[in-house]
Design a binder for this molecule. Structure first.
Ligand SMILES: [Zn+2]
Length: 77
């Protein structure tokens, strides 16, 4: 009986451990996604070109789409 209980306990511990690992892994994946989103600051709303930073985006917008109004988030840059 004692051995059986030990087995159940160790199974429970293993389940807890894997649940924690899964949670940690999910958290890491979300963080990586966030980091990836932050790295790709933005993409042009008109031509969908990826912009490495807002300054480049603003320059791109002024050069490529001079007839379009500058997006609000670029006006302060
Ligand atoms: Zn563009």
């Amino acid at each position: 009986m004692a051995r059986g209980q030990q087995k159940i306990q160790s199974q429970q511990k293993a389940a807890e451990k894997s649940a924690k690992l899964k949670k940690a892994a999910g958290h890491t994946a979300a963080d990586q996604k966030k980091a990836a989103m932050a790295a790709l600051k933005s993409s042009c709303v008109l031509c969908k070109s990826l912009m490495p930073d807002p300054k480049t985006y603003k320059q791109h917008f002024e050069n490529k789409h001079p007839k379009n109004e500058l997006p609000a988030e670029l006006k302060d840059i």
